[in-house]
Design a protein around this ligand. Structure first.
Ligand code: MG
Ligand code: MG
Length: 243
């Protein structure tokens, strides 16, 4: 899982470098496909089935979610613009094990409010990671995200959550970004969870666009998203998706 997650990390670093005004998210998707081919790794998102029969499987190897888009944005040919924020989510399967991580990046110069939203979302993930110790519960992880975000005046998305990860991308337990301390499943050494705060500038209400995939804020305000796959070990949290 370390190898799968470091491939995800390395790819996200390359895509973050590429992401600039004039570049399209399809360019990032193509680069991610090259990385998978070079490492004999399988895409985790491409072909992912929708829960709705009328919606085609996910067509990208990355999810590219811009501004008011929260998660599951489909890569396209529209050029990114200065001032955008872009969530890039990437997952792979390498030798039977999954890796999953996401970052939100600034495209050119961004506004102070967008920067603050990104900073708080990233910090909420760090807070959550520090709760990944044996004997704590999922609720401690969830509460860490929620309290950081809400204290800053932001919304916490309810419909999409983090997850266990291993031989499948999505495994039990669910890891919500809201919850109460000391509730839910007890964390044990050997568990790996993907923690992924999705934080909104305004209301936490969401809707899905007509493509059947892209989740956006209902009020059109910005959303940010960061994710790491984190192993619970006897020696504390081990973030698999960063060096
Ligand atoms: Mg992800
Ligand atoms: Mg995930």
């Amino acid at each position: 899982m370390r190898r799968a997650n470091m491939l995800v990390h390395d790819t996200l670093q390359i895509l973050a470098q590429m992401a600039a005004p004039g570049v399209a998210t399809n360019d990032l998707d193509r680069r991610a496909r090259e990385m998978l081919a070079q490492h004999n790794a399988q895409p985790a998102f491409l072909g992912y089935p929708s829960s709705s029969r009328s919606v085609a499987p996910f067509p990208g190897v990355i999810c590219a979610s811009r501004n008011e888009e929260i998660v599951h944005g489909i890569p396209n040919d529209e050029p990114l613009r200065a001032g955008d924020i872009l969530s890039i989510d990437f997952g792979t399967c390498l030798d039977g094990y999954y890796g999953d991580s996401a970052i939100t990046v600034a495209i050119g110069e961004i506004g102070a409010e967008a920067k603050r939203l990104m900073d708080v979302t990233k910090q909420s993930l760090e807070d959550a990671i520090s709760q990944c110790v044996e004997g704590n519960r999922i609720g401690d992880v969830s509460y860490a995200v929620q309290s950081r975000a809400e204290k800053a005046g932001y919304g916490v998305v309810r419909e999409f959550v983090g997850h266990g990860i291993g031989r499948n991308m999505h495994e039990a337990p669910q890891v919500p970004n809201f919850g109460r301390p000391n509730q839910g499943r007890v964390l044990k050494a050997g568990m790996v969870i993907a923690i992924e705060p999705m934080i909104t500038e305004g209301s936490f209400e969401t809707k899905i666009l007509g493509d059947g995939w892209t989740a956006v804020t209902k009020d059109g305000k910005l959303a940010a998203h960061f994710e790491h796959s984190v192993a619970i070990t006897k020696r504390g949290p081990f973030v698999l998706s960063r060096p």
